[in-house]
Design a protein around this ligand. Structure first.
Ligand code: AHG
Ligand code: MN
Ligand code: MN
Length: 338
């Protein structure tokens, strides 16, 4: 018989335990995280049977970024929207898959203090080939008055204002990792009890690693300083531990999850054809910048700290470099060299 280790906390137990340190806390953030965990479990079930049911392939629509929407993107978007709408802690959402933000208009939601932004399915090009994909989320305290509908400015806050951010990786096991200012903690889904269990407490990103993650196919479209940095990754001499290893899955959740745990640098630079980069500031870069920084790492757009950027629109993109602090420092030497 399977012995359940009762020393292991579930996600709910952990978030409730955290509340004990804050007697005035309302528990709204715990409820929100529980809702997100529930949606994640539902998406996980669909991801696991993706090869079996007719959920693969294009849904036949094109999202606001002009990309094909896969059916699993739609399913995940519906699940996360649904739990947050029916929950009691979220006043409104913005998603990579919606053109505009969505205020929830019932009285309970309007009296909630948090708003949530998410990329419901990250790495969608990997769905059809059974490679890790993910969900990314970000939580802010609204700036508008409670009791009213949330407004666009609630969503256009710099990343430094995040209250929590996290991701779910649907991989060889499914994990939910989230950060608050107090730390980054990882929970692995135990399918035997259907609960996320604390498996990676207090995650810290090593100051240096040996992995660089970038789409090498775009090499000749990167700026000279970025090309030079990549060259250096390949030319590290044996006295410095030899060349770094290149690892790139194409799901930033998977690439950054690995680099967060093992140490490494993840890069999605601007290219000659897309100088503003590909990744979305609000749904992808801000949450990861927050997680990486709380874990001791660093995230920049090449010039600025990602978390300091004042967003001007929901779907704006940015070049993105994140990971081990020492490696981002090495990159910055190239970016700032005269
Ligand atoms: P999404 O599936 O949400 O559109 O995001 C995919 C992103 C990101 O996860 C990944 O790092 C990047 O696209 C890969 O892009 P390239 O194929 O251009 O390298
Ligand atoms: Mn994405
Ligand atoms: Mn997506």
């Amino acid at each position: 018989m399977l012995a359940i280790n009762r020393k292991v906390l579930t996600l709910d137990e952990f978030t409730i335990q955290q509340l004990r340190d804050f007697p005035n806390a309302t528990g709204e953030l715990s409820t929100l995280l529980r809702d997100i965990g529930l949606a994640a479990k539902r998406v996980n079930v669909e991801v696991n049977k993706a090869g079996l049911v007719d959920i693969l392939g294009d849904a036949g629509s094109i999202n606001v970024q002009g990309e094909d929407v896969k059916k699993l993107d739609v399913f995940a978007n519906n699940q996360f929207t649904g739990v947050l709408k029916h929950g009691i802690s979220c006043a409104g959402i913005a998603s990579e898959e919606f053109d505009d933000h969505i205020p929830f208009d019932d009285a309970i939601s309007q009296n909630s203090k948090y708003i949530c932004l998410f990329d419901p399915l990250d790495g969608s090009s990997n769905i059809d080939v059974n490679i890790s994909i993910g969900t990314i989320f970000s939580v802010y305290r609204r700036v508008s008055e409670k009791g009213e509908k949330v407004v666009i400015n609630d969503f256009l806050q710099p990343g430094i204002k995040q209250v929590a951010a996290g991701y779910i990786i649907y991989g060889s096991s499914t994990m939910l990792v989230y950060a608050t200012r107090r730390g980054v903690n990882g929970f692995t889904l135990d399918p035997s009890i259907g609960e996320f269990c604390l498996s990676h407490p207090n995650i810290k990103c090593p100051e240096f690693g040996k992995i660089y993650s970038v789409n090498h196919g775009n090499f000749f479209r990167y700026t000279k300083p970025v090309q030079k940095y990549i060259d250096t990754c390949q030319k590290k001499d044996e006295n410095n531990g030899g060349p770094y290893s290149q690892r790139y899955i194409g799901s930033m959740v998977a690439d950054l999850h690995r680099n967060l745990l093992k140490g490494g640098i993840f890069m999605y630079p601007g290219t000659t054809d897309k100088p503003g980069g590909k990744l979305r500031l609000l749904y992808e870069c801000n949450p990861f910048a927050f997680i990486v920084e709380v874990a001791g790492g660093k995230a920049i757009d090449g010039i600025r700290r990602i978390l300091d950027i004042q967003p001007s629109s929901l779907h704006q993109r940015t070049p993105f470099f994140a990971g081990s602090k020492g490696m981002i420092g090495e990159l910055e030497d190239f970016l700032t060299a005269k």
